[in-house]
Design a protein around this ligand. Structure first.
Ligand code: 6R9
Length: 656
């Protein structure tokens, strides 16, 4: 495996002295966790959460791979996120500075959350929702989404948040799989400057299909856009009316640590989405611990902003549970970054004095594409730590993020984790780690990670090597299974390295001589060209290091001579628009050959105006592979914008 020889990758950035001096996490954490990992997690659980019954056990792994953490403890998630902060005298602290896309704003304090969550829990209970029942949440990014999740948690009714951009069919599939008894939705939300209706999708999803009735008995509808909605008497209820009619106080249900907190669906390599199950005590421990330490959270002074959607695990752990457990003040934004103008985010950072910002590489590269000028007009000096999540971040995007957004000052933490892991697993600590752009670096204290070869042999320390990323010890936030499918849980994660008892994450990784981990993308994204293993990320990174390229996606297309050939799809920067596609293609092929090696030289480079992405910002390489191999393009239903593939193909045939 060769390495991209781009400049930024070889730079390192020690922690800023002032940040290190006041950091909540110090190097001692690594030592403490290494000395006694379980005692370390026991301490985190006890210090970061408030238990009704304190746990005496840490881990029960006797029924592996089904873990029990803190099993004899009892607690309530909503009480931990809200009530205890109010009880401690922090009711007036802002939980969310919420910003609507049209420009309306709402300030939600912890006391406001407390009042609303209690009423919402009573309203759900009045509609027949009981502890253990599943509730689907299909809402835009409005404060009620947080209230809805916490109201479910207060009752011990696991929520299943379905991204509001998903179709009626996707909602029905998830409602059916979870056997949800209620849906919480809205009349609509704002997206790209327009009200986008949501309720019609719920109505369609809940129709009787092939004689099968949905399990949903009640639908709560938040009024957001005030558009016309169809109404099913007896089933549908306005959220504001139900809350007004509900009793104002509600006693949180104390549940066992292993009581299900939520099910969140994520796509696997096969068609049917997997309902990832998370439980209460362990998940919350990891959410609070990682949010506090990775973002160096000082709840009294920080203004934290995670730009994800609550329909994604990042929204669950780093908009709702982590920040609220830690008593943080957050920004929450409803809309898209370019509505009404492309500097909307920087206006928000400036207005609220955001100190910690967490987003995805795809968003960062979009901002790069839009140009630095949009940023330079804003005062972003409040920012102290920047985070990245969702895919490998190429060194160019990393250094741009640090330089342009972070004013050449802020650490950038690249955080590797999954829906399945519940919280961050691999990341630098901003006051401790000397950063290397492009590397997620080291497992957090308490987390055990290895890079292993095909036979499960751990790559020798002190040497460069590439292989598979595995998690060698259970961790508190780990999934407890796939909803209703224990067999699939064992097969998907625990069969590849069954003998060793390791969790297989499905990601390729490289370890450098210092022991730092570099994620290489999903293993199905690792290409094999003439017997050389080359990761899509590596080639993408090289392409993006060229001054003309804003964004790149690379796939391995079957090739009669080399096994696979590398096919690249690139979006050019504004400055390179109008360049001749043939000559720029040739130039980029040579550039990659120079940056990595001639074996990594793309067979073809297509200039496109957009890339197919899921709603969580992941490039759907499967679809690009279909194009590269000249096949009918497969299922596009999980794309954020299903018209992208048609425009790519139209552009390509025009260019042929
Ligand atoms: C949180 C989240 C999980 C997959 C994961 C990996 C990729 C996430 C990454 C990263 C490289 C990072 N991924 N963070 N790859 N560096 N910092 O994204 O969850 O949607 O379940 O995706 O995303 O491939 O396996 P999820």
């Amino acid at each position: 495996m060769t390495q991209t020889a781009t400049e930024p990758q070889h730079q390192t950035f020690p922690p800023p002295a002032d940040l290190a001096a006041g950091a909540v996490a110090t190097a001692d954490l690594y030592e403490e966790a290494a000395t006694d990992r379980l005692a370390f997690w026991g301490r985190q659980a006890n210090e970061l959460l408030t238990w009704d019954t304190a746990p005496t056990q840490v881990l029960d792994w006797s029924d592996a791979p089904f873990a029990k953490w803190f099993a004899d403890g009892k607690l309530n998630a909503a009480a931990n996120c809200v009530d205890r902060h109010v009880a401690a005298g922090n009711g007036n602290r802002v939980a969310f500075h919420w910003v609507g896309e049209p420009g309306d704003t709402v300030t939600v304090t912890y006391a406001d959350l407390h009042a609303q969550v209690q009423r919402a829990a009573n309203a759900l209970s009045d509609l027949g929702v009981r502890t253990g029942d599943r509730v689907a949440i299909y809402l835009p990014m409005i404060p009620e989404a947080v209230v809805a999740m916490l109201a479910c948690a207060r009752l011990g009714a696991p929520h299943s948040v379905v991204f509001s951009g998903f179709s009626a069919q996707a909602l029905r599939d998830r409602v059916d799989d979870a056997q949800a008894v209620a849906v919480i939705t809205a009349d609509g939300g704002y997206r790209r400057g327009e009200p986008a209706p949501l309720k019609p999708a719920v109505d369609a999803a809940l129709e009787t299909k092939d004689g099968v009735e949905s399990t949903v008995k009640a639908v709560l509808v938040v009024q957001r856009t005030k558009g016309e909605v169809a109404w099913t008497q007896g089933r549908d209820h306005w959220w504001h009316e139900a809350l007004a009619a509900a009793a104002p106080t509600h006693e949180p249900v104390s549940v066992e640590a292993e009581h299900p907190l939520f099910v969140l669906y994520t796509s696997g390599s096969t068609g049917k989405p997997k309902g990832i199950l998370h439980t209460t005590g362990g998940y919350l421990t990891q959410a609070a611990y990682t949010h506090r330490n990775v973002f160096d959270l000082h709840p009294e002074t920080d203004v934290y902003w995670c730009g994800a959607d609550i329909g994604w695990v990042t929204g669950h752990t780093y908009i709702v549970y982590g920040p609220l457990l830690n008593g943080a003040t957050s920004v929450m934004y409803e809309g898209t970054p370019n509505t009404p103008t492309q500097d909307r985010w920087w206006q928000i950072v400036e207005t609220y004095g955001v100190t910690k910002l967490y987003t995805a590489p795809t968003t960062i590269r979009t901002f790069m594409k839009w140009g630095e000028e949009l940023v330079s007009g804003h005062d972003l000096s409040s920012l102290k730590v920047l985070g990245s999540v969702g895919e490998p971040i190429n060194p160019e995007a990393w250094t741009w993020y640090r330089r342009v957004i972070g004013g050449d000052r802020t650490p950038v933490v690249d955080t590797w984790w999954q829906t399945e892991t519940g919280g961050i697993m691999i990341s630098a600590l901003p006051g401790v780690t000397t950063l290397k752009p492009g590397s997620a670096q080291v497992p957090l204290p308490g987390i055990s990670v290895e890079v292993v070869d095909d036979e499960g042999r751990v790559l020798p320390a002190g040497h460069e090597g590439a292989g598979y990323l595995v998690l060698t010890e259970p961790w508190p936030g780990m999934l407890r299974g796939i909803w209703g499918d224990d067999e699939r849980y064992r097969d998907t994660y625990w069969s590849r390295f069954r003998d060793q008892g390791w969790y297989f994450a499905g990601d390729g990784a490289r370890r450098d001589a210092d022991g730092d981990v570099w994620l290489l993308g999903r293993v199905d994204d690792v290409m094999n060209v003439s017997g050389h293993r080359i990761s899509t990320t590596e080639v993408e990174s090289a392409l993006v290091s060229h001054s003309s390229v804003a964004e790149a996606a690379v796939v391995g297309a079957s090739d009669p001579t080399t096994g696979q050939g590398i096919v690249a799809f690139v979006i050019l920067r504004e400055s390179a628009h109008g360049a001749d596609p043939a000559s720029i293609g040739q130039e980029l092929r040579n550039h990659v050959a120079r940056e990595i090696s001639p074996i990594a030289k793309p067979r073809q480079v297509f200039v496109v105006s957009e890339l197919p992405k899921t709603r969580s910002g992941k490039i759907m390489r499967r679809l690009l592979r279909d194009v590269a191999e000249d096949r009918q393009v497969g299922d596009v239903t999980t794309l954020a914008d299903s018209s992208v593939m048609a425009s790519i193909q139209a552009g390509m045939s025009a260019g042929k």
